[in-house]
Design a binder for this molecule. Structure first.
Ligand SMILES: C[S@@+](CC[C@H](N)C(=O)[O-])C[C@H]1O[C@@H](n2cnc3c(N)ncnc32)[C@H](O)[C@@H]1O
Length: 231
C-alpha cells in the first residue's frame, strides 16, 4: 500500500474516533428508534446466552449498551474503545467487578487477559475499511484461544431508516454524512457487508460461521481457528 493511501486511512480513523467522541452523549438515541424496538428486544434475548460463562473481549464497546446485557452472563469481560467519553458512560452504566473497561485501539490491541475465549463487537465491523478487515480479524484472533466464539452485530441498510449513503471510494467503502446535535457534519465510513462477504472475510481465521438477520440488523458468528502467524 502506498504512503498516500496509508495517510488517508490513518486520517479516516482519526475522523471516526473524533466523531464518536463528539457523539458520546447522544449515542444511545440510536437505540430509541421506534421501528427498531422489536428487533432490539429479540437481540437482547438472543445475544447474551452466547457468552454464558465465557471470558469475553468486547471491541469498540461504546457506551456499553450491549455490555450491560452480556456481562451478567459472562465470567469476565474486557472491553475496549478509543473514546474516553463513551467509556465513561459505559463505566457509569455497569458496576460489575468482572468487567474491565480500557482505552484501546481495535487495530493495535492493548495488553489484556490471556484467558479470553469469546469476542463481541457491536456496530464496529461496518466501520472497518475493506483494506483493514484482515488486519483487524488477525489481531483479534491472536488474542483469543482457539475455537473461541466471535459475534459481530451490525446494521442492514434499510431505506428510510438508515442514513443515506452519500459517497463510495475506489475500494468500495461506502460513506454516510451524519449531523450531530451541535450542528457539526461528519463523513463516516459505514459498510453494509453481505453474508457472502463475511464468510470470505474469515477465511483462514475462523470456521463454523453462521449469519442471522432481523429486519434492521445482521449478526455473524464463527469460531476461531488456532492462530497461525502467516495467515
Ligand atoms: C457505532 S459505535 C458502537 C458502540 C457499541 N459497540 C454499541 O454497539 O453500541 C462505534 C464505536 O467504535 C469506537 N471506535 C472508533 N474507532 C475505534 C478503534 N480504532 N478501536 C476501538 N474503538 C473504536 C467509537 O469510539 C465508538 O464507540
Amino acid at each position: 500500500m502506498n504512503f498516500h493511501k496509508l495517510r488517508l486511512m490513518a486520517f479516516d480513523q482519526l475522523k471516526l474516533q473524533s466523531y464518536y467522541r463528539s457523539r458520546a452523549a447522544q449515542y444511545d438515541e440510536i437505540y430509541l428508534k421506534v421501528e427498531r424496538q422489536s428487533d432490539l428486544s429479540k437481540i437482547r434475548d438472543w445475544l447474551p446466552p452466547k457468552f454464558y460463562e465465557a471470558h469475553v473481549l468486547e471491541i469498540a464497546c461504546g457506551t456499553g449498551y450491549w455490555t450491560q446485557y452480556i456481562a451478567p452472563r459472562a465470567s469476565s469481560l474486557f472491553a475496549i474503545d478509543t473514546a474516553a467519553e463513551t467509556l465513561s458512560i459505559a463505566k457509569g452504566r455497569l458496576d460489575i467487578q468482572s468487567v474491565i473497561f480500557q482505552i484501546g485501539d481495535a487495530y493495535d490491541l492493548p495488553k489484556m487477559p490471556e484467558n479470553l475465549n469469546a469476542a463481541f463487537a457491536g456496530f464496529w465491523f461496518s466501520h472497518v475499511p475493506k483494506s483493514r478487515i484482515h488486519e483487524f480479524l488477525k489481531g483479534l484472533s491472536y488474542r483469543l484461544k482457539p475455537d473461541s466464539r466471535v459475534v459481530f452485530l451490525d446494521n442492514l441498510y434499510v431505506e428510510g431508516s438508515s442514513s443515506r449513503i452519500t459517497d463510495e471510494d475506489s475500494e468500495g467503502n461506502t460513506y454516510q454524512t451524519r449531523q450531530l446535535a451541535n450542528g457539526s457534519s461528519h463523513k463516516v465510513l459505514k459498510n453494509f457487508p453481505t453474508e457472502l462477504e463475511m464468510h470470505d472475510a474469515i477465511k483462514g481465521i475462523g470456521h463454523t460461521a453462521h449469519w442471522t438477520c432481523w429486519d434492521y440488523y445482521w449478526a455473524f458468528e464463527f469460531r476461531t481457528n488456532e492462530f497461525v502467524c502467516n495467515i
